[in-house]
Design a protein around this ligand. Structure first.
Ligand SMILES: *Cc1c(COP(=O)(O)O)cnc(C)c1O
Length: 430
C-alpha cells in the first residue's frame, strides 16, 4: 500500500483478506499460543528461519495487522505494538540503552515520559540532559561521548510547541545517534516525522489513533534508516547473549532494531498488547484522517474565538498567527494543528478551577485525543502536588486550562464554555 494515500492505508494496509477467511473486518485472534506442525517447525520459528506465530507476547495475527498498518502509515519498515504509550517508550529505550548511556531530550515532554527519564532511568544508570528544543543547537551542545539517543515530542504535550525536526535530526546524524520522536499529539494524519529524519517513531495509541477513549495502547515504529554498525551500538554488531548469539545487524540489516524490540523487548519486558485492544485501535485508526481534520478545524475556530473573549488572558494554539510556533506549524503541520489548546484565564487559579468545574460537554478528566471534548486545570488536579516553581518550569501556570477539542458541533462547544465563563467572579474582569 506504500504508494497509496493515508486514508486508504488506514483502512487497508496490513490486512490480506485471503489470510483471514475473507473477513472484511480485521478479526480478533484471541489466542495466547499457536500449534506447531512438529518440533522441527517450532525449532525453525525460534531460530527465525521461518516466519510464523509462537506466543502472543511475541506476536499475534491481529496485532500484526495493526503493526503493519502503523508502519505503512508512518513510512517505516516495521512496528511493534505494546500495552500503552508509556510501555512503548520504556521498551524502546531499554532495548536501545544500557547503564552508562546518556539521552538528550526535549524539556517539553508528557509528564510520564519526563519522570521516566528524570527519575526512573537514572536508577539504572541511564541519565538524561533536558534541553530547550526551540533552538535545535541545544541538542548539539548537550551531546556527550556516551550519548546514544535524542528524544523529543513532535508537538509537545502540554506546551504545544512545534519542533524543528529537520534541524534536530541533522544534529542527530552528525553525532551518529538515532532520533526518537513521540508523535502522539500530531498523529501520522498531520505529520510523518520520518520524512524529516526521525529514525524511530513512538505513539500512544490511547489518544487520537484509537480516539474513542476505550483502550490503552502504544507503538514503536522503525524507519529502518539508522546505521547500527557505526561503532556506538555493539549490542547490534556483536553476538547477542540474549538470543543465542544472533548478530542483529548481520542477520536483520535495517530491521535490526525493530526485531530486537520484538524478540528481546517484548519477550523480556512483556509489554504485549491484548489482541482485543488492537482490534479496538484498528477501528479508530480507520477514521483517523477525517477525525484529525475535524479536531484541528474545531480547535482552530475555538482558539480564535477564545482570543476574542474578555475573560481570556492568553491563548496557545500552534495554528494561531499569535503563536510562537506559527511558522514551524506552517512547515510541519500544514494539514492541521491537532486538537489541543491551552489558555489562561483572568483571575488565575480560582477562575480556571471554576471553569473546569462548570462545563457540561467538556469532561473534566486526565486524557487527550478523545472524540468527546475534554478539559483540565492542571494546577488544581494533575500538577497539584508540584511546588509553584516546578509548575512554572513544566509550563503549567496556575491560570492554565488545557482543552482537548472533540468532534462535537463547534457552536455547542462555544456555548458550553460561555456558560462556564459566566460562573467566574466578575470582579476579575475590571
Ligand atoms: C499519553 C501520552 C503518553 C503515554 O501514553 P499512555 O498510552 O497513556 O501510556 C506518551 N506520550 C504522550 C505525548 C502522551 O500524550
Amino acid at each position: 500500500m506504500s504508494n497509496k494515500k493515508l486514508s486508504t492505508k488506514a483502512l487497508h494496509s496490513g490486512h490480506e483478506v485471503d489470510l483471514t477467511q475473507g473477513t472484511r473486518a480485521v478479526p480478533i485472534y484471541q489466542s495466547t499460543s499457536y500449534v506447531f506442525n512438529d518440533s522441527a517447525h517450532a525449532a525453525n520459528l525460534f531460530a527465525l528461519s521461518e516466519p510464523g506465530y509462537i506466543y502472543t507476547r511475541l506476536n499475534n495475527p491481529t496485532n500484526d495487522i495493526l503493526e503493519k498498518r502503523l508502519a505503512d502509515i508512518e513510512g517505516g519498515i516495521g512496528a511493534v505494538v505494546t500495552t500503552s504509550g508509556a510501555s512503548a517508550i520504556s521498551t524502546a529505550l531499554l532495548v536501545l540503552l544500557k547503564a552508562g548511556d546518556h539521552i538528550v531530550a526535549s524539556n517539553s515532554l508528557y509528564g510520564g515520559t519526563f519522570n521516566l527519564l528524570n527519575v526512573t532511568l537514572p536508577r539504572f544508570g541511564i541519565k538524561t540532559t533536558f534541553v530547550d528544543p526551540s533552538d535545535p543547537v541545544n541538542f548539539s551542545d548537550a551531546v556527550q561521548e556516551n550519548t546514544r539517543v535524542f528524544f523529543v515530542e513532535s508537538l509537545g504535550n502540554p506546551k504545544l510547541d512545534v519542533l524543528d525536526l529537520k534541524e534536530i535530526s541533522n544534529y542527530a546524524k552528525k553525532f551518529k545517534v538515532p532520533l526518537m520522536v513521540d508523535n502522539t499529539v500530531a498523529t501520522p494524519a498531520l505529520l510523518n516525522p520520518i520524512d524529516y529524519g526521525a529514525n524511530i517513531v513512538i505513539h500512544s495509541l490511547t489518544k487520537y489513533i484509537n480516539g474513542n477513549g476505550t483502550v490503552l495502547g502504544g507503538a514503536i515504529i522503525d524507519a529502518g534508516t539508522f546505521d547500527w554498525s557505526n561503532g556506538k551500538f555493539p549490542e547490534f554488531t556483536e553476538p547477542s547473549p540474549g538470543y543465542h548469539g544472533l548478530v542483529y545487524h548481520d542477520a536483520l540489516g535495517p530491521a535490526a532494531f525493530i526485531a530486537k524490540v520484538r524478540i528481546e523487548g517484548l519477550r523480556d519486558l512483556g509489554g504485549a498488547i491484548s489482541p482485543f485492544n488492537s482490534f479496538q485501535i484498528i477501528q479508530g485508526l480507520e477514521t483517523l484522517d477525517i477525525r484529525m481534520k475535524k479536531h484541528s478545524s474545531n480547535a482552530l475556530e475555538l482558539a480564535k474565538w477564545l482570543e476574542k473573549k474578555p475573560e481570556v488572558e492568553w491563548v496557545n494554539y500552534p495554528g494561531l498567527e499569535s503563536s510562537d510556533y506559527y511558522n514551524l506549524s506552517k512547515k510541519y503541520l500544514k494539514k492541521g494543528q491537532s486538537g489541543l489548546i491551552t489558555f489562561g484565564i483572568k483571575g488565575g487559579f480560582d477562575s480556571a478551577k471554576t471553569i473546569a468545574d462548570n462545563t457540561k460537554l467538556f469532561s473534566l478528566l486526565a486524557n487527550i485525543g478523545d472524540t468527546k471534548s475534554l478539559i483540565i486545570h492542571p494546577a488544581s488536579t494533575t500538577h497539584q502536588q508540584l511546588s509553584s516553581e516546578d509548575q512554572e518550569s513544566t509550563g503549567v501556570s496556575s491560570d492554565l486550562i488545557r482543552l482537548s477539542v472533540g468532534l462535537e458541533d463547534i457552536k455547542d462547544l462555544k456555548d458550553d464554555l460561555e456558560l462556564a465563563f459566566s460562573k467566574i467572579d466578575k470582579k476579575v474582569l475590571v
